[in-house]
Design a protein around this ligand. Structure first.
Ligand code: PLP
Length: 481
């Protein structure tokens, strides 16, 4: 018998209509009475749980290179490298071997104060050589949200340590995605993540992001010569001034917004953000959970703009997803302040799996592999090919925007190209295009009617071309030619 301990009070929570992934019966490949799917439904609650999607799930069984197979035996091009993380591709024996070796020797060791392990030390040393020059020390976590929680807490800690306990607010951006733990969710700027988990953590606010296709700021007057990138950056200054500079600890942003729709900022955006953060002593936290480890070309994405963040969060690509590992890179004086503190000022922040030796060993093997095979350089070439291919779809009357940087790209579908009007949510255009691509053997994720792509760095040229042709055919099928 189903029992609800709290009787429902109808109509108490007003929810927005989500533009997320809905299930449509025609698209799914799993048979109606798939026994594995039934067992899944009996025992699992999934991330972003959606009962309808779980009627015909892909139960992934095998991966090789840029390809995945599900329980029906159907082959798919992995358009999102897992969840933006499997950068070295599936089926890499070296990474499995690194894990097995480390597990056989010392599977787990605490990294709490007073303890450490050799793989963690070696990974820290390795990262110190890859990161921004001002960042030489690292705290490890199990993933992206934990990394952002850690960075946000560190920003508050640093302000307190310097005598500013009221300097605790964090400014994020619309369409920013930072994970779903409470503070990371509060920093996330995609509203559909909030309503059923309110109230959010106090002190989090959002500004518009630099979304070239949709950013629409009014100039301050006839003499206002600022570019759109500068205007978007100045929204940060306006927010800091409005809130009071002594109340704002940090600005948190992805160098290129990923899950929110691969939003690539104009080149003059980040340098101005850096200046504003410096002006008001606000820490700049770069969420490089997707962009880290070469996704946009350089090891870390803000290198492109010639600036350095104060804290950098990373995860995903560091192990190519073969083991859950993330972390925070800290500006040297912030790390030194933590190092020097004691007693009641101790940095009381910790995770059981921080510095997990197996994760660190896998990360080291993964970095070896990326360097040995020149995968970052290859990703940059593939990114060019992907973007050029996708641009060939831009003539379609409902392809409003095609954008990308490095090996991450998005195609945005619109009802009217002239006005950039979106399709009504109920038409679920993005979902229908995604279903059509799945029938043709391409799997990825969406943000509403924005089709995101971030393939593995080992995808072949022919597979990149196939991604483009599958998407083109699917758009024609759903939206006509
Ligand atoms: C930019 C960014 N930050 C943080 C996260 C959260 O990472 P995790 O799911 O490992 O907590 C993600 C996940 O997609 C992400 O894309």
């Amino acid at each position: 018998m189903l029992r609800c301990h709290w009787p429902r009070r109808p109509g108490r929570v007003r929810l927005p209509r989500f533009r997320s992934q809905k299930a449509h019966s025609l698209a799914m490949t799993a048979p109606e009475n798939d026994p594995l799917a039934a067992r899944d439904r009996a025992v699992l609650i999934h991330s972003l749980h959606n009962r309808a999607l779980q009627q015909h799930p892909h139960i992934w069984t095998r991966g090789q290179g840029a390809l995945l197979w599900d329980q029906t035996g159907q082959e798919f091009l992995d358009g999102l490298a897992g969840l933006w993380n499997v950068i070295a591709g599936h089926g890499r024996q070296e990474l499995a071997n690194a894990a097995a070796r480390q597990m056989s020797e010392l599977a787990y060791a605490s990294a709490y104060a007073g303890c450490s392990s050799q793989p963690a030390i070696e990974l820290g040393e390795r990262l110190a050589g890859l990161f921004y020059p001002g960042i030489k020390k690292f705290f490890f976590t199990s993933g992206g949200a934990e990394s952002n929680e850690s960075a946000i807490k560190t920003a508050r800690y640093f302000a307190r340590l310097n005598g500013y306990p009221e300097k605790y607010k964090v400014i994020g951006r619309r369409w920013g995605y930072h994970g779903t733990t409470l503070a990371a969710m509060s920093a996330t700027g995609i509203g559909s993540y909030w309503p059923m988990f309110e109230p959010r953590v106090p002190g989090f606010l959002h500004i518009e992001g630099p979304y070239p296709y949709r950013f629409n700021a009014a100039p301050r007057g006839p003499d206002d010569q600022r570019t759109p990138g500068e205007m978007a950056a100045d929204l940060l200054e306006e927010a800091i001034v409005r809130e009071g500079p002594d109340t704002v600890a940090a600005f948190l942003g992805e160098p290129v917004q990923g899950a929110g729709g691969v939003i690539v900022p104009p080149d003059d955006y980040w340098p101005r953000i850096r200046q504003i953060c410096d002006r008001y002593k606000v820490l700049l936290i770069a969420d490089e959970v997707i962009t880290g480890f070469g996704r946009t070309g350089p090891w870390f994405a803000l290198e492109r703009y010639g600036i350095e963040p104060d804290l950098v969060t990373f995860a995903k690509g560091i192990t190519s997803g073969y083991f859950p590992l993330g972390g925070v890179g800290l500006r040297s004086d912030i790390a030194d302040a933590i190092d020097a503190a004691s007693g009641p000022q101790t940095w009381m922040h910790a995770f059981t799996y921080s510095g997990h030796p197996t994760g660190c060993a896998v990360a080291l093997a993964n970095l070896d592999l990326i360097e040995r095979e020149g995968l970052r350089e290859r990703a940059a070439e593939l990114g060019q090919r992907l973007l050029t291919g996708l641009k060939s779809l831009a003539g379609h009357p409902h392809v409003g925007d095609v954008r990308g940087l490095g090996l991450m790209a998005a195609v945005e579908f619109v009802a009217d190209k002239g006005t950039k009007a979106e399709f009504p949510t109920e038409r679920a255009i993005g979902t229908k295009v995604h279903e059509a691509t799945q029938r043709r053997g391409l799997f990825t994720r969406l943000r509403g009617d924005v089709f995101n792509l971030a393939p593995c760095y080992v995808t072949t040229d022919a597979q990149i071309d196939r991604i483009v042709s599958i998407l083109g055919d699917s758009i024609d099928e759903v939206l006509g030619k």
